[in-house]
Structure formats: C-alpha cells, structure tokens
Design a protein around this ligand. Structure first.
Ligand code: ACO
Ligand code: KIV
Ligand code: MG
Length: 528
C-alpha cells in the first residue's frame, strides 16, 4: 500500500477507545492487593501506553481504594480517570471526593438487569431497577460530565428490558452505555447481535458511546469484544494481561494487536502505543504477582520463540513465514543496551528510561547504588534485574515503619540426624531487634517458622512460588507468596541472588504490605 493509501485508510478507520480496568476489575483477581504507590506506578504506565480511560478503583469499597483513586486522579493528567459506584448516593458522593481533582472526572455507575441478579441478589423488581438507575444517573450528572451506566449481567438480561432501560438512562443524562458479559456466558455472534438489537431499537442511542466489557469464563472475552466492535461499539473495556475476577477480563493487548495486525479486516484503530505493551505487562505481572503464561498471545515469553526445525528454517529464510507480529511492535527488545560492572551513570540513566521509569535524582542515585552492589555479585546484569531494583525503589518507599530483616542463617540438613535449622534476627516497626531459631522439614519451612515467630501479626502461608529472572547460574531468584495476615490475604514478593533470601524478603514484604494498608486506613477516612 502506498503512503497516501495508508494515510487515507487510517482516516476512514473508526477510533476504538480503550477503557482500562486493570486497577479495578483486574484487582478483583483473588489474592491481588495493590497498595497506593503500586497503583500509581501502574497508572503512570497506562497513561504512557495511551489508554483513553483508567478505571482507578471503587472508592466506596475501602479506604485503600479511596486513597488510590484520589492519588491517581490528582496525578494522571493525560488520561481520563473514572471510578466505580453502586447506584447509591453515598457511593457517588465518595467517588466525587476521590475524583474531584481529576482533569476530567468521570463516574461508572452500575446495576444488574438480569432476572437472576434482580430477584436473588438485589431483591428488586425490574421497575425498581429502572427507577433507581434513572435517579442515580441524574444524581451523578449533577457533578460529573461523564457518566457511564452499566447493565450488569447484560448478556443474561431480557433484550427488550435493556432497550427500555437504556433509553431512560440516556434521557437521565448517561453519556456512556456499557453492556457487560459479567459472567463470560455469551458467544461472539450472540454478543454482536445484542448490540445490533439495541442500536436498532433505542431511539436516542446515537447520543452516547457504546461500550463492551467481557469476561473470559468460556475463553471468549477477546472474540466477544471484537464482535461487539463490529456491531457499533466504540469503547472496549478490559485489563492488561487479562487479569480479573474468576477467569479474568478481556486482554486489552490482544484486542489492540488483533485490530492492528488485521487492519485489512477490521477498519478500526486504537490510540495505544503498542510498543509500550511489554513493559506495562511486565510491571503489572510483577506487582500483582500474577505471572503471564509463557504461551500467552502477544506478550507471553514464548510468543516470538520458534522451537521446531521446519519453523526455524522458515524464519531464517523469511520471518514472515511463521511470524505475524514482530516482537518490536509490542516492545519486546532483542538488542538493547547491556549493562554490567563497568557501566556508568549515563548508561544506567538511559536504561531506566528504556524500561519506562522516570525517577527523580535522589531515587536514581539510590537505584544506581543498588545496581552497582549487584554487579559485585553478578557478572551479567539483565533488564529483569534492573527492573526488579526499579520496582522496589518506586513502589516500596511508603513512609510507614516496617519490618526489616537484620540477619538470617540457615543450616541445611537431610536425614534424621541433621535437621534444617534457621536463626533469624529482624527489626520490628518499633525498632526493637528480636531473634529466634526454629527447625523445619526443609530450609524454607525452618526460615518461615522463625520469621512468623518474630512477627507480631498473626500470619499463615497460603501459597509459595519460587522462580528465576534472567538466565545463567547467577540469575536472580524471585519468590511470590500469598500470606494470610490477621485474616486477610496479601501477596508478597522478594528478589535476591539467593533463593532463601528471596523467600525471606517475600514473607517480610507481605507483612509490610499489610502494615501499609493499615496505615492508609488510619490516615484518612473515606466517609464524608
Ligand atoms: C461485576 C462487578 O465486578 S461488581 C464490583 C465488585 N466489586 C466489589 O465488590 C468490590 C469489593 N467489595 C466490597 O468491598 C464490599 O462488597 C462493599 C464495600 C462494596 C459492600 O460491602 P457490604 O456493604 O458489606 O455489602 P455486601 O458486599 O455484603 O453486599 C452487597 C450489597 O450491595 C448491593 N448491591 C450490589 N450491587 C449493587 C448496585 N449496583 N447498586 C446498589 N446496590 C448494590 C447488594 O444487593 C447488597 O445489598 P444488601 O446488603 O442490601 O443485601
Ligand atoms: C461493574 C461491571 C461493569 C463489571 O465489572 C461487570 O459486569 O463485569
Ligand atoms: Mg467485570
């Protein structure tokens, strides 16, 4: 295609807005519990990725969510920030308090419309659902110029009821209508037909943006979203890496890249900077502790790897034989700056930029110091190693007093005479240094028993994973754990060049995340 033909085609390609709900629906992934600093860093990455709207949370649901939405609304200026609310004046008021500092405050009000939800969950008649939706959309419009209304469980709702209620909420002032497939039940053709049915019958439908929101229970979330787009939807909701409640949400990276690669078939485009996808995905995987499966479409680690001889032969002759997406398109770098023992500040600063971080001088110096310490222990420093340092620096600097590991020693043993024994010394938040020794069936168990003894909070290990980042025998160990702290689940992560040190760091990290959450609760009441 010539340059002018391409330009002309782009002009006639309709724009699809990307609504990212990684921080709201994505955080509903079991065990995921992001703190304010982490959410803010994710929001910065989403802003740079070019999403059109960030759903930052559900402010009325908790103090932590309120704080995070407020911090994001006050900081993110290039992207519209939206928050979720039930059809309740109190939820809408709390959302306003969190969002009023945003460039363009927007609210997302939802109420279920399916018979099963109305009867059993809400205990409301269809008429009550209709009146409540209309009244709360009107109420929200008194403050917000953008009001999205969602018919929760739309795909199991009566289509004629949807036609009726949608017309009324648009008259009440809704500016976006979202029809979610809340339980991932629908099929592509059926979902597309539902949007067509609504567009053909709701007389004022052209006044609003139509939005889709799909879950992946039957593995159809991306296909369903594309079918919705083909039937008049101009906003698509989803999460990066497809994380979310149950089987997750539609993976935004898959939708955006499908639209790009098959632009011959789909006359649509998004505003995403596709080469930002990989680092955004990496950050979210690491902060949430939800790792991306290696064969995941678009951003999985194997998505660009060719294993078998015939494929390798084909790729060597012409990459197009087996590669429909180039790794560069989504920001998978093949030959970027390699850093090591002899690298200086300039190269390090460049690498920090390349990895998507923007650090003030003080933090940059701290990161450089940690990088240099690592080069004393490790010959080759990978991007993943540097990424781990930067994440700790940017998201772990909350002023709350935390637990710190002072020293630990593990004596390994097998058989009946040598019992694994760990001696641990930690500094508690009140600065007191305490020490104990414990035995266990293995080194990690002995270590964790000793740490648990010294931690004041009641802790119980729910899940433990260990993996490595980078290659070679001096790769960094990463431990991702889930810990019950005083009755609530927290993810913890730890990185170190030693497996036991990474494991210990993960345990302490999970408890410190609990402390950060507690301090957020005390700092500012969300109730107004
Ligand atoms: C499809 C979705 O993703 S919806 C969003 C889901 N997200 C969340 O639930 C966020 C986390 N949730 C929470 O922290 C809590 O559930 C809270 C704070 C929101 C509410 O907690 P509680 O007041 O203890 O209520 P609980 O969760 O037990 O029950 C939900 C109540 O909200 C009602 N409700 C559910 N949806 C709506 C709605 N859209 N509008 C108004 N009320 C609603 C339910 O009927 C129920 O009311 P009831 O107490 O009169 O029976
Ligand atoms: C709140 C709504 C939009 C939702 O997440 C769903 O229905 O899945
Ligand atoms: Mg959802």
């Amino acid at each position: 295609m010539t340059f002018w033909k391409k330009k002309r085609r782009k002009e006639i390609m309709a724009e699809i807005k990307i609504f990212d709900t990684t921080l709201r629906d994505g955080e509903q992934t079991p065990g995921v519990n992001l703190n304010v600093m982490e959410k803010l860093e994710i929001a910065r990455h989403l802003e740079r990725l070019g999403v059109d709207r960030i759903e930052a949370g559900f402010p009325a649901s908790s103090e932590g969510d309120f704080q995070a939405v407020k911090a994001i609304a006050d900081t993110i200026k290039e992207t519209s920030v939206i928050a979720l609310a039930r059809t309740s004046k109190q939820d809408i008021d709390i959302a306003w308090e969190a969002l009023k500092g945003a460039e363009e405050p927007a609210i997302h009000v939802f109420l279920a419309t399916s018979p099963i939800h109305m009867q059993y969950k809400l205990n409301m008649t269809p008429e009550e659902v209709m009146d409540t939706s209309v009244n709360m959309v009107k109420y929200a419009r008194q403050r917000f110029s953008i009001v999205e209304w969602s018919a929760e469980d739309a795909t199991r709702s009566d289509w004629d009821f949807l036609v009726e209620i949608i017309e009324k909420v648009i008259d009440a002032g809704a500016t976006v209508i979202n029809l979610p497939d809340t339980v991932g039940y629908t099929m592509p053709e059926e979902y597309g037909n539902m949007f067509k049915y609504i567009r053909d019958r709701v007389p004022n439908i052209d006044k609003v943006t139509l939005s889709c929101h799909c879950h992946d229970d039957l593995g159809m979330a991306v296909a369903n979203s594309l079918a919705a787009i083909q039937n008049g939807v101009t906003q698509v909701e989803g999460t990066i890496n497809g994380i979310g409640e149950r089987a997750g949400n539609a993976a935004l990276e898959e939708i955006a890249v499908a639209l790009k690669i098959r632009s011959d078939f789909y006359p649509y485009h998004t505003n995403l900077k596709l080469d930002e996808l990989k680092r955004t995905s990496d950050l979210i995987a690491k902060l949430t502790g939800v790792t991306v499966q290696p064969n995941k479409a678009v951003i999985g680690r194997h998505a660009y790897a060719h294993e078998s001889g015939i494929h390798q032969d084909g790729v060597l002759k012409n990459t197009l034989t087996y590669e429909i997406i180039t790794p560069e398109l989504v920001g998978v770098k093949s030959n970027s700056l390699v850093l090591g023992k002899h690298s200086g500040r300039h190269a390090f600063k460049e690498k920090v930029k390349e990895l998507g971080f923007n650090l003030i001088d003080e933090k940059l110096n701290e990161a450089f110091k940690q990088f240099k310490q690592l080069t004393d222990r490790k010959k080759e420093i990978s991007d993943d190693d540097i990424f781990a340092i930067l994440m700790e620096i940017t998201t772990n600097s909350h002023p709350v007093k935390k637990y710190e590991m002072e020293m630990f020693q593990v004596q390994y043993g097998s058989g009946t005479t040598n019992i694994p024994t760990a001696t641990v010394s930690i500094k508690r938040p009140d600065e007191q240094i305490v020490q104990t020794a414990c035995t266990g069936n293995g080194s990690v168990e002995a270590l964790y028993k000793a740490i648990a003894d010294l931690i004041i909070e009641d802790t119980k290990l729910l899940d433990y994973q260990i993996s490595s980042i980078g290659g070679g025998k001096d790769a960094l160990a990463v431990s991702n754990i889930q810990l019950n702290v005083n009755g609530e689940a927290f993810n913890g992560r730890g990185t170190a060049s030693d497996v036991l040190e990474a494991s210990a760091n993960a345990y302490i990290n999970a408890v410190n995340r609990y402390l950060i959450k507690q301090s957020t609760k005390q700092e500012s009441p969300a109730t107004i």
